[in-house]
Design a protein around this ligand. Sequence first.
Ligand code: 16G
Ligand code: MG
Length: 548
Amino acid sequence: MEVMAQFQEVLKQSSLHPKPAGLVLQYGTAGFRTNAKQLDHVMFRMGLLATLRSKKTKATIGVMVTASHNPEEDNGVKLIDPMGEMVTPAWEGYATQLANAEQEDMLTALKDIIEKETINMSQEANVFVGRDTRCSSLSLSQAVLDGVTAVGGHSKDYGLVTTPQLHYMVCCQNTEGKYGEATVEGYYNKLSQAFIRLAKNAPNCTDDQKHLCVDGANGIGALKVREMESLLKTELQISIFNDGTKGKLNYQCGADFVKVQQKPPTGILMNTGERCCSFDGDADRIVYYYVDSEEQFHLLDGDKIATLISTFLKELLTQAGLDLKIAVVQTAYANGSSTDYLENTMKVIVRCTKTGVKHLHHAAQEFDIGVYFEANGHGTVLFSKAAEQKIQQLANDPNTDDERKRAALLLQNTVNIINQTVGDAISDMLLIEAILAIKGMTVQQWDAIYTDLPNRQLKVKVLDRRVIDTTDAERRALSPPGLQEAIDTLVKKYRKARSFVRPSGTEDVVRVYTEAETQESADALAHEVSLAVYRLAGGVGDEPKSLH
Ligand code: 16G
Ligand code: MG
């Protein structure tokens, strides 16, 4: 189609997806996210934008319709770049501009992007679209597809998939199959084969140890685990709870609920000491937990997962005699005990970045092996090309002795089981299960590697959260004046204490984090820091109340 005619078509189609006048939304930490009723125009426009991005990069782009762990009535959209990573920041800016242009200015906003990025409109474009199980997701993903078509792009609708599956398939498509086949079956086959090969190294694993309870958050993860279950054969027996047949999405269940509330989800039947895990609503986060004989709940969050995985990898590197630099990337939310254990006992490099997967992902790329996890359970492992080659060479070298060969093969299958594009609950679960089986480790032994410092997270409502400016990976506040000094003074009152505050990237609040030697201290400090934020950063509503 000729360019002018194409713009006419965009205008015509766009009028079928009108923007409510005055509505302003931000492409936040992980895409747009708000009540589903406000998103039709955003979806159509993200279809347009993804097509432009595809023309620009001459590669397939992904669009995932999901609001992750938000309530059922919300929805959202995440854009995926060619290598399966999150869309580059400059284009997040375009996304915000395009989504907020009033109906009559939409075409101008679109043309602006085309001009700034010197996009050749006759270039072919291809967009992969996926969605989660929310009721609103079907029609919203149709709006994305309409956007792609309106600007002359090709699309492939994958229907119901997890967010990490779509990331994976975009990467496969753009690497001509080198990463795997760009189908859901291809994903299941690659991961399950690697899992079964790893599980072969745990011949003494009992049936009890092979059992896992999964809380699917009543979302897409439950559906997808069910689809791949049979491929895991007898190596892993999964009982799926909160599979979406009865309960409501993310309601009193799922990884975010379990992490924030520090208690088991409803809808799960767990025996004493039994290993359980929870996914979030789009299956890109996972946390583990169990309840002991005194009914005490034990959470194994992203920090514990990062420790388990990096210990396993480090041991294999030693056995294989491979000199590869391994690092763990965390955020300020990482429990102080985990950082201490990683740095001082395991002696691995630890890096701290700002909150948000893209920051961790980026930092992890700087090492041969970068293990990154947020405490909330989002994370994965990245292997550099050189690291993958060295592992491969060693595994294929006929002169490698038995012990080194075994380690190299284990490393090779570990590479294959991991979804390197983004944190992936299913892939992380399979890796963790394989590690526990190979090491003959119970969930209690894993938990005992180090003891978490008691901690507390609170939120404070302020007039404008942007008055808080942070530095040092969000660990120190630069403004408003006096806030950091106030926090420093309060922290000094408690043993082993630490605290930081940061404006949320997904909610209109300031977040407060504290940790200390006892829960009472962590709670008292959290209250005092909240008060300081309230007083110095323009708190609204009632003063924060004490927790006890
Ligand atoms: C988003 C981020 C997550 C981060 C969270 C912080 C991605 C895919 N997700 O969910 O990594 O921990 O935001 O939220 O980047 P907050 O800024 O509201 O604390
Ligand atoms: Mg998620």
